[in-house]
Design a protein around this ligand. Structure first.
Ligand code: 5GP
Length: 190
């Protein structure tokens, strides 16, 4: 997606050799008109799929999924919770995810009320790195006996193993921008 590549080149900042910071449009400050274009593009990529619900993970996925939903007929958006909360139902689907950015494992939960057998679920997230978050979300869908209709990623770090792990699972994966490298502060795309 050309617009996304331009945005990454103009506004992205590289931290070390493997982290891309996009805080000023995706991860902290949100560019709503731009997110709307992202949502439209996800709809193009998954046009032929029947989508009943979108599943994402807090926090950065929520805005992306919410705006994307409007291009999928306002389907419900469910976000998996990372943060412990007394308000969460006792009956949950739960999985463990190792966080690449935080360097630790955490628990991810969705109430059983919000994922149902046979539903077609589109998983959306901001980044794909080693695929742990996406695999964790897929695990929650599997536990509910629902179907993963596809996985949509805004920015894939093509130099990490996420894609190969997800392809082994046989899911349709669409990334709107794929980074080939961000070494020495130089961003290149595949
Ligand atoms: P994975 O689970 O695929 O290893 O990593 C994906 C998750 O880690 C995403 O949900 C995202 O929050 C975070 N992440 C991984 N790499 C980056 C990065 O380079 N920049 C940012 N901003 N987040 C990242």
């Amino acid at each position: 997606m050309k617009l996304l590549q331009e945005k990454i080149l103009n506004d992205g900042r590289v931290s070390g050799n493997d982290i891309l910071k996009v805080d000023n449009f995706l991860n902290h400050q949100l560019d709503i008109a731009f997110l709307n274009e992202i949502g439209k593009e996800f709809k193009n990529r998954f046009e032929n799929e029947k989508i009943d619900k979108i599943l994402t993970i807090e926090a950065s996925g929520i805005a992306i999924a919410s705006i994307a939903s409007q291009h999928f007929g306002n389907v419900p958006v469910v976000f998996a919770k990372k943060v412990e909360s007394k308000n969460l139902d006792k009956e949950v689907y739960e999985t463990k995810v190792y966080s690449f950015t935080k360097g630790k494992e955490y628990s991810v939960k969705v109430s059983k009320r919000y994922l149902h057998e046979g539903e077609n679920i589109l998983i959306l997230d901001d980044f794909l790195a080693n695929g742990r978050a996406a695999l964790g979300l897929k695990d929650l869908v599997d536990q509910a006996n629902a179907n993963v209709a596809g996985i949509g990623i805004v920015i894939e770090k093509g130099f990490q193993e996420g894609r190969s792990l997800l392809e082994k699972e046989g899911v349709k994966l669409e990334s709107l921008a794929i980074l080939e490298s961000i070494e020495n502060g130089v961003i290149t795309f595949k």
